[in-house]
Design a protein around this ligand. Structure first.
Ligand code: UTP
Length: 232
């Protein structure tokens, strides 16, 4: 069977606060239905993760305990995506795997596997990168709510510049060392995932998943608007 592709879908893309969420989910389903290769989809926690972690923070200090709450939210979002795809008749592995090994096995017998987080200490970016390595994917696509990797955070630095092509080492210089500082909320890509990509020589891509035509192009191997991150 052809090598799979792994996509990290940022939880913010589910946009529970916006009316277009149904159209977005329907378009995602259409795009995946057209896909010629197996796809592993790793869904982030988005608003439910942020809300639940903020609710618990004043009474829970332990980062791992807060991470577990974030993981539960990622699995909730993964269930939404899995049920939508299954409901549309796509060949989705039953259940939400709780580790990358089971998810990778699922990808050898089903066209799609949908999962969320696994264990404390990182985010779903790292899970997606690990799943890509485990399943022999050629690249891991990070679909998020920014259009490119920037030289610094464009929210706090208006003169930050977008980057179309870079290396994993360049990316590590931007995201910093592989440390999980706090539960919930990270930069453009989890630095622990970037280290895993470096260790396993896995190319990445970052694109704006709000515009699903970009994801469709990337999944088809066509040029897309976003940042390509090569091994060197
Ligand atoms: P996300 O993957 O959504 O991370 O997991 P994030 O960086 O906070 O969100 P985005 O990418 O900016 O949208 C939510 C939280 O769940 C915990 C972490 O606390 C993470 O911040 N988590 C998630 C884990 O501890 N382990 C996992 O495998 C996944």
């Amino acid at each position: 069977m052809a090598a799979p592709i792994v996509v990290a879908l940022g939880g913010s893309l589910l946009r529970p606060e916006e009316a277009e969420r149904h159209a977005w989910l329907a378009k995602l389903t259409d795009i995946l239905a057209e896909c010629k290769v197996p796809v592993g989809i790793v869904v982030g926690g988005g608003a439910p993760a942020r809300e639940a972690i903020e609710l618990a923070k004043p009474v829970i200090e332990d980062i791992s305990a807060l991470d577990e709450i974030g993981i539960a939210a990622t699995r909730l979002n993964a269930s939404i995506v899995a049920q939508v795809l299954q409901g549309a008749g796509l060949d989705v592995c039953n259940g939400i795997p709780s580790d990358v090994l089971s998810a990778s096995r699922g990808l050898s017998t089903h066209k799609f596997v949908v999962m969320g987080g696994t264990r404390p200490g990182h985010t779903t970016d790292n899970v997606a990168i690990r799943l890509a390595v485990e399943s022999g994917a050629s690249r891991c696509l990070i679909a998020t709510n920014v259009d490119f990797v920037y030289t610094s955070d464009p929210r706090s630095n208006p003169s930050a510049e977008s980057i179309e092509k870079m290396t994993l080492d360049d990316l590590q210089a931007i995201v910093g060392p592989p440390i999980h500082g706090k539960a919930g909320g990270s930069g453009v890509i989890d630095p622990i995932g970037v280290q895993a990509a470096i260790d396993n020589q896995l190319p990445l891509a970052v694109l704006d998943g709000r515009d699903l035509s970009r994801l469709a192009k990337a999944l088809s191997g066509l040029a897309f608007t976003g940042t390509l991150i090569e091994v060197r």
